[in-house]
Ligand binder design. Structure first.
Ligand SMILES: [Zn+2]
Length: 403
């Protein structure tokens, strides 16, 4: 499966998509209320089958006649997702599906298999970088620029909108994209940190540009301008869009940085080891810096790229003491505090850098737990330079991969 996202060209017709999205939100709110009532009484959510039968009944009433306007499959998809989230839930705690303003409902889904999606090449009036296609959604044609050629059958089309009122479509194709990269025979452990985003076991460091922090001054003035305007006025709406635009820019910058870094690492290394982090706990400790780095988002992108380029991203056990134990002799230093960037091992007298030591430990633990080979430390002048991995596994192609 491959997903590609394209932006729909601005058109007055987009208001129909906005209306459809609003109705999807209203349907969701209606059924959230219904499910919650049912859950309190019977301890479980309504099944999809019951909800969809109920929806069909409601649609016939004059009060809900406008619910017939959106494509029926997208309303059913809302119910499918809702029943799934109630199924996975145990109690009505903080995690139950919430009521949300209809205007904030993000999007809807069109199925391509039941009713094939119509998509044709538009007349190319002007020279463009990408061919302009038009797609038929709920009885109307919408234009967009196709920036990736379509390779397989389109299984599904998802339409979503952002806070600026722009519409995007995501085409899901029945096609798995593979890009072959030459094997490098290298394995690497990575330590994630606040100061340096990633520290590799070869001593390489990747800093993060901290985009939220960069844009925070602009965001602050935009938010102040927003809060000063009269509620419900056109001025306030304009300022709301300004705030949304800054948030969108930050997210785009971060995503771009993450994709580039992920591709770079996949080209360099065959196997990458990471620590399984407790991100919620870290957020409580370090605050919004962790959210700015968006480590979980980065891992998701790295996994996608490693799958595409046939690389392995492996996680080691969360409870392995990586920063507190010495990577040469395994001595555990219990007195190590968060502010100690460098320390000397009392048992073997090795001078260690905190992040580098952790990265080396992650590599060692990873190679041992996945049985990939033998690891030996390279020590020069009483300082660990690196680790040599003698591979016994077919995952690492070459016989001796020094890291
Ligand atoms: Zn030691």
């Amino acid at each position: 499966m491959r997903n590609t996202t394209h932006k729909l060209f601005y058109d007055k017709k987009l208001r129909h998509l906005h209306d459809d999205c609003n109705i999807c939100g209203a349907v969701k709110n209606h059924f959230v209320a219904l499910c919650m009532r049912y859950f309190r009484r019977y301890g479980k959510g309504l099944s999809y089958k019951k909800m969809s039968a109920h929806l069909t009944k409601l649609k016939k009433l004059p009060k809900y006649r406008h619910w017939n306007i959106p494509y029926s499959w997208s309303l059913q998809n809302v119910l499918k997702r809702l029943s799934q989230s109630f199924k996975e839930m145990k109690t009505l705690g903080r995690g139950h599906p919430q009521f949300k303003s209809c205007k904030k409902h993000k999007g809807m889904t069109y199925n391509g298999t039941q009713a094939p999606i119509k998509m044709v090449l538009d007349k190319q009036k002007n020279e463009r970088n990408h061919p302009t296609y038009k797609i038929r959604l709920n009885g109307r044609w919408y234009l967009f620029a196709l920036h990736r050629p379509i390779e397989g059958d389109i299984k599904r089309v998802q339409v979503h909108r952002d806070a600026l009122g722009d519409f995007y479509i995501t085409l899901t194709e029945d096609y798995s994209e593979i890009k072959y990269e030459p094997k490098t025979g290298k394995a690497e452990g990575f330590d994630f940190g606040i100061k340096d985003f990633l520290t590799g076991s070869d001593g390489h460091r990747e800093a993060s540009p901290m985009f939220y922090k960069q844009n925070s001054d602009k965001l602050k003035s935009a938010q102040q301008a927003h809060s000063g305007k009269v509620k419900g006025s056109n001025n306030r709406e304009r300022e709301r869009k300004n705030v949304a635009r800054i948030h969108k820019k930050t997210a785009n910058q971060r995503a771009d940085h993450h994709w580039k870094l992920a591709i770079k690492l996949c080209r360099k290394f065959d196997i990458m080891f990471f620590e399984d982090l407790n991100l919620r706990g870290m957020k409580a400790l370090f605050g919004k810096q962790v959210s700015d780095l968006a480590f979980g988002e980065f891992m998701r992108k790295l996994k996608h790229q490693s799958h595409k380029r046939i690389r392995a991203v492996l996680k080691i056990n969360r409870w392995t003491p990586t920063s507190k134990s010495c990577c040469v002799c395994g001595h555990e230093n219990q007195n190590l505090s968060l502010s100690d960037r460098e320390w000397t091992c009392p048992s073997c007298n090795t001078h260690l850098d905190r992040d580098h030591n952790a990265a080396l430990n992650i590599l060692k633990e990873g190679v041992a737990s996945y049985r990939l080979g033998v690891v030996r430390p390279i020590v020069l002048f009483n300082r660990v330079v690196g680790y040599s991995v003698e591979a016994t596994s077919p995952l690492l192609n070459s016989t001796n991969a020094s890291v």
